[in-house]
Write a protein that binds this ligand. Sequence first.
Ligand SMILES: [Zn+2]
Length: 116
Amino acid sequence: MATMTIKRLHELLENNVDKDVLAWAGACHDCKNEAQVTATPKEDGIHIHGGSVYEPAANKFMIKCDTCFEKDPVLRDYQDCEVYSRVVGYLRPVAQWNDAKQAEFNDRKLYDPSIC
Ligand SMILES: [Zn+2]
């Protein structure tokens, strides 16, 4: 779940010491600039300012600044991905390869059978 829902915001506000505002501060996931996002309950709903908040895992929050959110509202590349590939005859996670083999892996080209 990489989205924040209204239901979840209400739940967070209920459990927050300060029930008038929720605030997240830190580096924007995309541009790494400092960002601060606030969620304030008002009569017409919860007002979000400063960007957007994501919760890709329980209680793990990530933020995007307004500029990055406008460019791409989807949270991408937020978790490590283990890549397996063939090295000297068998499959192993690339992260466990030695430096020389990882360099060779990065030099590999993707084979496109449609251009044959
Ligand atoms: Zn940004």
